[in-house]
Write a protein that binds this ligand. Structure first.
Ligand code: DX5
Ligand code: ZN
Length: 228
């Protein structure tokens, strides 16, 4: 089985005045990657940061941490090259934000980044499916994108299960309201890349939370491989 359990804290709910230190702290607590939420106040009703911040973060944390850019922006085409130059590793765009996913996938690859494709809760998984063989990761949103700390939408799990059944080696990420209370549902459905914001960052013991999330997902992966 090609995929493994990976935990990516979303630093949106961290102390934004100390973002570099927060990233280093999360990696030190065992994070496998960092999930960076870019919002443009248009695709979603909130604003965060852009490529200049990513460039600074990359300088601050060094070359190793994997940056998964969650691009909640209306014109994802516009930021591919700047994000690649800033040190992003993966460019995860929303299918709802473009009329030409195929071209965007090509541009992201040509820029040297991995490709993630995200769907909002109202978007069906069938819309993502035609692209699944061309991407590195599918992101199934488990909240409406825009804010951390929202309630997990369990009714998104059939999308994850269906993707796992159709694309057994695809990286499948879930994002929104995921933490110790909801990880079992995600793991059983077949998600292997887990974004967790408030549950990890807001914890007194992020290392334990990250470790717990990874254990639950790894056990589900192992069980699936035995059942096959
Ligand atoms: C929401 C963002 C998420 C968010 C996750 O639009 O995409 O990455 O920060 O935070 P929690 O885990 O608190 O829902
Ligand atoms: Zn996100």
């Amino acid at each position: 089985m090609a995929y493994s359990a990976k935990i990516g804290p979303s630093i949106l709910s961290s102390d934004l005045a100390c973002l570099g230190l927060e990233c280093v702290r999360m990696m030190g607590c065992g994070a496998d990657y960092l999930h960076l939420d870019v919002m443009d106040g248009h695709f979603v009703p909130n604003l965060t940061f852009g490529h200049p911040m990513v460039e600074s973060l990359r300088k601050s944390v060094g070359p190793d941490p994997f940056f998964d850019m969650h691009m909640m922006v209306s014109r994802p085409e516009q930021w591919v090259k700047p994000m690649a130059a800033a040190g992003a590793n993966q460019y995860t765009f929303h299918i709802e934000s473009t009329t030409n996913p195929g071209n965007l996938i090509k541009e992201i690859r040509e820029s040297g980044m991995k490709v993630g494709l995200a769907i909002k809760p109202g978007t069906t998984v069938e819309e993502l499916a035609p692209w699944a063989n061309q991407i590195d990761m599918a992101l199934v949103m488990t909240v409406e994108p825009g804010f951390g700390g929202q309630k997990f939408m369990e009714d998104m799990m059939p999308k994850v299960s269906w993707l796992r059944s159709q694309f057994p080696s695809l990286d499948i990420e879930v994002d929104g309201g995921v933490g110790p209370d909801t990880i079992h549902k995600c793991a059983e459905a077949g998600a292997n890349m887990i974004v967790s914001g408030s549950a990890v960052i807001g914890s007194d013991d992020p290392r334990s939370v990250i470790s717990l999330l990874r254990t639950v997902v790894a056990e589900a992966i192992q069980k699936r491989s035995l059942d096959r």
